[in-house]
Design a binder for this molecule. Structure first.
Ligand code: PFF
Length: 448
């Protein structure tokens, strides 16, 4: 088993293990449920185009920033920020832990719906009336039981530790997800409406690129999808040895995450256009995909049933590996701050989150508001991370160079310039919009 220099901290065993665990964190509901619907809402191709630019220009530097703090300090967020920035900065670590708490509480509820869809798909096929079925899946006791099942699985994996739990789960599960998704994209290519779907997805309307709302949505989605802004990548990198090339890893992870989101779009858009159900999706509520896609699967007969089950299985895989990373942030903080062993720490954190999740499990309107709130908190967390690494933490650039290839080393000044001068204003702008979106969602849901 690998440990750090003083032999105290468990490290990832292999480079592939770390990368797949980080990609497992990044790839999840955000890529396959959220990306297609936010992209549809944001004008399809214009959004995708902006999203790529933001992933490169903001996502990678920010991920590298989190890595430099996490590996530099060898601690989870609260301790790491305190160590590198002084006591006041540990408050940011607390905010990260709270964000993880809130996100996992509703993320697990959605993951639970997905499990129910997959099981129903296997046992009895997809429903003839998907709108009604969505109502059944999301109300009453059903969402609560499935949410608890997801939380139980997540707690189990996290309590087994970095190598035996997180790394092993990622090494097995992520290749399954990639394989299913590629199969689905090939199948979607053969559909009648495929070309029309691709056109909407991939042909940008340039006027939309200048829309500040779309820009902020794309930024928010980038943080969400890359698991940035709540110390998740920071925590994972605290289990990395000093010889890993942080810049190279960040680039690989960001591209893999984009690849999966993009491929999910290549599945979803043709399906939507093959059946002419674009109206349902662009309503873009949290339920859009859960209603539109099963409707499409049912219309496609037996093959639709197989494809649908595969789609939901891939979603479960993505959701569980992301849920694991969310719980890891909270659990690792409890372990580091209270010097508690891993098992009780992950169980205690997981049970509290499961309890909080009973609220969004009981109200889909509340869940919609929390989803927007999550995005806003990630944006805020990302803003402070950029300030911290750009202006406060000493030695961040040196940590980025440590273990880096020559090429990555040459990129460090560019990355630091971006972190100091470009990230803060752009992210602050996105944060402001994201909080406005929370208020709007709240008013839409509760008429306040
Ligand atoms: N990146 C995950 C997804 O796209 O589904 C969600 C997520 C995981 C966000 C971990 C934040 C995080 F720290």
């Amino acid at each position: 088993m690998q440990h750090n220099q003083d032999g105290k901290r468990e490290l990832f065993n292999t480079r592939a293990g770390f990368i797949l665990a980080a990609v497992g964190s990044a790839v999840g509901l955000g890529n396959m449920w959220r990306f297609p619907y936010v992209a549809a809402e944001g004008g399809g191709a214009a959004f995708v185009f902006l999203y790529i630019i933001l992933t490169l220009a903001i996502g990678i530097p920010l991920m590298l920033s989190e890595f430099s703090v996490g590996r530099g300090a060898g601690l989870s967020p609260i301790g790491a920020l305190r160590k590198l920035g002084g006591g006041g900065w540990s408050l940011l670590g607390f905010m990260y832990v709270i964000t993880g708490f809130i996100i996992l509480a509703y993320y697990s509820v959605i993951a639970g719906w997905v499990v129910r869809y997959a099981i129903d798909g296997i046992l009895s096929g997809f429903p003839a009336n998907p709108g009604e079925q969505f109502g059944i899946v999301t109300t009453g006791m059903s969402p609560i039981w499935y949410h608890l099942a997801i939380m139980g699985t997540t707690i189990l994996i996290v309590s087994m530790g970095v190598q035996k739990g997180i790394e092993r789960a990622a090494l097995v599960l992520m290749p399954v997800l990639f394989s299913i998704l590629i199969l689905l994209a090939i199948w979607a290519f053969t559909l009648d409406g495929a070309m029309e779907g691709y056109a909407v997805y991939l042909k940008p309307d340039l006027s939309e690129l200048l829309d500040p709302y779309i820009l902020s949505q794309a930024a928010g989605q980038a943080f969400y999808s890359l698991s940035l802004g709540m110390g998740c990548m920071l925590t994972f990198s605290s289990y990395l040895s000093k010889d890993s090339n942080l810049g190279g890893e960040a680039t690989t992870i960001a591209f893999s995450d984009f690849g999966v989101a993009f491929t999910a779009g290549l599945v979803v858009f043709p399906v939507i256009y093959a059946l002419g159900i674009q109206g349902d999706v662009s309503e873009s509520t949290v339920g859009a995909l859960f209603i539109a896609l099963p409707g499409a699967f049912v219309a496609m007969g037996d093959i639709g049933r197989i494809v649908g089950v595969l789609f939901f299985v891939a979603l479960i895989v993505g959701a569980v590996t992301s849920a694991v990373s969310l719980l890891e942030v909270v659990a690792a903080s409890v372990i580091d701050e209270f010097k508690l062993p891993r098992k009780p720490a992950s169980i205690a954190a997981g049970v509290l989150i499961a309890l909080l999740g009973l609220l969004p499990a009981s109200s889909i309107d509340l869940l919609g508001v929390i989803d927007k709130l999550a995005e806003a908190m990630l944006a805020l967390g990302a803003f402070f991370m950029a300030i911290f690494v750009g202006w406060v933490a000493v030695g961040a650039a040196d940590e980025m160079r440590q273990g880096a290839s020559e090429r990555s080393k040459r990129m460090v000044p560019l990355v630091m310039t971006a972190v100091r001068f470009i990230l803060p204003p752009v992210i602050l702008f996105a944060t402001t919009y994201a909080f406005i979106a929370v208020v709007r969602e709240y008013q839409g849901a509760f008429g306040g």
